[in-house]
Design a protein around this ligand. Structure first.
Ligand SMILES: Nc1ncnc2c1ncn2[C@@H]1O[C@H](COP(=O)(O)OP(=O)(O)OP(=O)(O)O)[C@@H](O)[C@H]1O
Length: 373
């Protein structure tokens, strides 16, 4: 079929550009003012808590919702006037949305048949799509004779035959159990790398996001909070929200007591903590947040051999340990009641402090981050 979509593609432009996009449902603001640009061939994930606006953004890109303000450009062209089937996008609703009574060839060719394409042309296109996703030898199988990963490839082949080069995936793995979800995540990633088209994948599961994404955008309360490479979002979150949503971060509230110099001193629960300013504008007395990932925090009993406070540690009282198999989380409470977690590769429980015993939590100076919003 030639629906003309790929013939008009401007390869130099981003696959998707969202400009000043707002979406209101009546008086409810689901998206405020979102700007994002997604490169062709990128695996892009929209991650965030339930109700944040991820699906609304995805559906607006696909043409299922009309924006209240702003615009969507696909390959450099504004598509506000185009319905979903005239866009270079296609939506994958869930992992197993195949026709159960049709074999793989019929499932993949269905859209072309409906469009009235001649049989020979359909056969050519389907064969080409199946080859691209590595399913040539499975052409005669019914969906129930395929693994979950293979069914997913059939879905992808359906998009390829329609000349769509932007796949929109809304929680594609949500219905699966944990192990299958992990396997399918990798399948998806490998498929996308092989076929090279743009994937935009919505999930609220950060592990899933980390596994598949080239870049992640964090969406919450109708805002695009932050976006970047998975590794950067995890290791160096800019905003407090990102730190609290991605990974297991200890978020400490404090007040700046000395903003002079390249590092800042922040009062947290009676201790003075030092943190790199990162060029952020802060002033004495300003309320800020600090974040430290739980795996970067060491916890030790307080005794005569502890090093003196150096701005990179804080004292608290031991609470309890939670054994998680591979890792163990040690929980402690600071003077102001804040809970901190130190997560270590699972250790034996014979040397744990007593509940209530004084402990010191410490970290490397480079492992604590300052957040002003
Ligand atoms: N058709 C609608 N009418 C009114 N409100 C809606 C409609 N669709 C979505 N909303 C609201 O808009 C907000 C964003 O919804 P959306 O589905 O985009 O969030 P999400 O981040 O995808 O969440 P989830 O992960 O739960 O699917 C939610 O508060 C939702 O209740």
């Amino acid at each position: 079929m030639t629906n003309g979509i790929n013939h008009m593609i401007n390869q130099a432009a981003p696959a998707v550009e969202v400009r000043n996009l707002a979406k209101h449902y009546g008086s409810f603001v689901a998206l405020k003012n979102v700007n994002v640009s997604i490169a062709a061939g990128e695996y892009f994930v929209l991650l965030g808590p339930s109700g944040g606006g991820k699906t609304t953004l995805l559906r607006t890109i696909g043409g299922f919702h009309k924006p209240t303000a702003g615009e969507v450009l696909l390959h450099g062209k504004s598509v506000g006037h185009l319905p979903p089937d005239k866009r270079s996008t296609t939506m994958v609703f869930q992992a197993y949305a195949l026709f159960p009574h049709m074999n793989v060839t019929q499932n993949v060719g269905y859209g072309l048949k409906v469009a009235g394409l001649p049989k020979a042309q359909i056969a050519d296109k389907v064969a080409n799509a199946l080859e691209q996703v590595g399913l040539t030898n499975f052409a005669q199988r019914k969906p129930h004779e395929l693994s979950g990963g293979q069914q997913q490839r059939v879905q992808l082949a359906r998009a390829i035959v329609l000349d769509r080069d932007i796949l929109l995936l809304d929680e594609p793995l949500a219905a699966l159990d944990a192990q299958l979800r992990k396997d399918m995540c990798l399948e998806l990633k490998h498929l996308q790398e092989k076929v090279g088209i743009t994937f935009i994948h919505v999930t609220h599961n950060q592990e899933e996001a980390m596994t598949v994404a080239d870049r992640i955008a964090l969406i919450a309360n109708g805002d695009l909070v932050e976006f970047g490479r998975a590794r950067d979002i995890y290791r160096a979150p800019e905003k407090t929200f990102t730190a609290s949503f991605v990974g297991e971060n200890n978020v400490l509230k404090g007040k700046v007591s000395d903003a002079n110099g390249t590092s800042v001193t922040v009062d947290v629960a009676g201790s003075k903590l030092k943190v790199d300013k990162r060029g952020l504008a802060v002033t004495d007395g300003q309320e800020v947040n600090l974040s430290i990932r739980s795996e970067c925090v060491a916890l030790n009993p307080v005794n005569g051999t502890n090093a003196p406070a150096d701005g990179h540690s804080i004292t608290g009282s031991y609470d309890e340990s939670v054994y998680l198999g591979l890792t163990t989380s040690h929980l402690a409470r600071l003077r102001d009641g804040t809970e901190m977690v130190s997560r270590v590769i699972a250790d034996s429980d014979d040397s744990l402090p007593e509940a209530g015993a004084p402990v010191r939590l410490s970290w490397k100076p480079t492992d604590i981050r300052l957040h002003v919003e």
